[in-house]
Design a protein around this ligand. Structure first.
Ligand code: GDG
Length: 479
């Protein structure tokens, strides 16, 4: 199967963004036709400032499997204004999705790169499609990029693409950014295809990671596995090219979060939310994709034990957990959902009363305005991943605290902890410490909260996502 070319077409784009997913997703309407919706947040808003509509194409999958000859598959991606730039779909069949996306990407790489919190599976019948689909992306990109164009490849689904692309198009400037952590050798070396992955990444001119630790893990693994030389922050690839390896901590559109938090409708909705929740003394919030890396269980356990010990009073404390459905076809995620809901059900049964409901759980995405109101309403934000590349929620909460109040309890294993040193940092594996720090944060005085929040806000406002993408592309141009 070949991809579908929309927009200007063959070898004409100066910037090619490549990610597993397009910045839009298809939605089936009741009459059977398809509509395209821009995917909220994430990579789309991150790249928005650098996407020149005229000369950029975004290459990725639509989110809907497309079988050969299937005429009911989504169409109309070429209608004007659907995306922020031209869009080019790389089709995936149902079998591709199972082996490449749910299999190798989300059952091997995702857990392995997140400290093997869930056990990674190593299946040869997932690896072969991973290679084939990276090759499919390489073919499509090679046919779209203009002579000397810049190609920016994103994330763990496409780690072989830089080298595959270099073989087809040595004229291209190739950048790669990994959104998730890059693990230390002790874990990475488990991977039966470790040499292929490192070789794939070294096809780029610039390889970017979220944290200095991830970049250093990669440098030392590359040097060890491929017997290549290191030259400061650079690694010499097997073909003698110098590959620059660096940390580029991703960020958010900080001004947009700040602005939304200040909007009168947000302020009004935030106080409505507090009123609907019974005007609690303490409102605690968690916002995550439902993923086992996010440590949602850490928070529920801490809250349950704090209620049980009397350290927090369920009559005047409310914890709201918003969980966005994610990877619902992967077994590990189905199990996680059942576990989390069991824990929440028990906590409510034990600590709820007819008049007080101390825990609320929403398993659905909220629209951005409602999310902004929650950020504005919450006294304390709980971000407790066991491991996280960055964690944008932490930065979004900080950008939304325009009055320099509110407390951020943040796992030291989130990439964001490198920059947000003034958060209330916790080790999510240390249940007693998490409980202690939650109470400490709730009892902190306004001046302590202000000192912490104003320093974190300065960091997030000054280092926004436009700066992130620009600095990556500037360094790529000079690489
Ligand atoms: C990967 C890495 C890295 C969540 N619920 C709702 C909603 N969200 C939005 C948040 C935030 C985004 O989803 C989640 O971003 P995270 O960074 O927290 O996590 P991942 O999805 O795991 O992202 C991560 C990131 O890539 C970027 O490089 O930071 O470490 O794992 O923007 O706001 N948005 C709306 N409603 C919701 O209910 N509107």
């Amino acid at each position: 199967m070949t991809g579908r070319a929309y927009g200007r077409g063959v070898n004409s784009y100066d910037l090619v963004v490549v990610a597993n997913r397009l910045p839009v997703s298809a939605e089936r309407l009741p009459d059977g036709s398809w509509a395209w919706r821009r995917s909220p947040g994430g990579l789309v808003s991150a790249l928005d400032p650098v996407l020149e509509p005229e000369s950029t194409v975004w290459v990725g999958w639509s989110g809907v499997p497309r079988e050969d000859g299937d005429s009911s598959a989504p169409s109309g991606l070429d209608a004007p204004g659907i995306g922020p730039c031209a869009l080019h779909e790389v089709p995936l069949t149902g079998a591709d999705v199972e082996a490449f996306y749910e299999g190798f990407s989300n059952s091997t790489l995702w857990p392995l790169y997140h400290d093997a919190i869930a056990t990674p599976v190593y299946h040869r019948h997932h690896w072969t499609p991973y290679v084939e689909i990276n090759q499919r992306f390489a073919r499509e990109v090679a046919g779209l990029a203009a002579e000397g164009a810049t190609v920016w490849v994103h994330d763990y689904q496409l780690q072989l693409l830089p080298q595959m692309l270099r073989e087809r198009r040595p004229d291209l400037k190739i950048g790669y950014f990994l959104h998730i952590p890059f693990p230390p050798a002790e874990l990475f070396l488990q991977l039966p295809w470790r040499g292929e992955i490192v070789t794939g990444l070294l096809g780029a001119d610039l390889v970017g990671f979220q944290t200095p630790g991830g970049a250093e893990n990669f440098r030392s693994i590359a040097a060890r596995l491929l017997d290549s030389e290191r030259n400061g922050p650079d690694v010499v690839a097997p073909d003698g090219r110098t590959v620059h390896v660096e940390a580029y901590p991703i960020s958010i559109d900080s001004a947009a979060y700040d602005g939304r938090a200040r909007a009168p409708r947000t302020i009004e909705r935030a106080s409505e939310l507090r009123a609907e929740l019974g005007n609690p003394k303490h409102l605690l919030l968690g916002v995550d994709r439902l993923d086992y890396t996010k440590g949602i269980d850490v928070r529920i356990k801490a809250m349950t034990e704090l209620f049980a010990s009397g350290a927090l009073d369920p009559e005047d404390t409310v914890f709201v957990q918003i969980a966005t459905p994610s990877r619902e076809n992967v077994e590990e995620y189905q199990r996680l959902r059942a576990e989390i809901e069991l824990m929440l059900g028990r906590a409510l049964a034990d600590h709820g009363t007819i008049s007080a409901r101390p825990i609320h759980y929403l398993y659905r995405p909220l629209d951005p305005d409602e999310l902004a109101a929650f950020y504005r309403a919450a006294d304390l934000m709980l971000v407790t991943p066991y491991r996280d590349g960055m964690n944008l929620v932490a930065k979004e909460y900080v950008a939304s605290r325009v009055d320099e109040d509110g407390a951020l309890v943040l796992s030291e294993f989130a990439g964001a902890a490198v920059e947000l040193e003034d958060a209330f940092l916790v080790n999510p594996y240390d249940a007693e410490q998490v409980k202690r720090v939650v109470v400490e944060a709730l009892e902190a005085g306004p001046s302590d909260l202000r000192r912490r929040m104003s320093s974190m806000r300065a960091q997030v406002i000054n280092h926004d996502v436009a700066r992130w993408s620009q600095s990556f592309l500037d360094d790529l141009a000079n690489a």
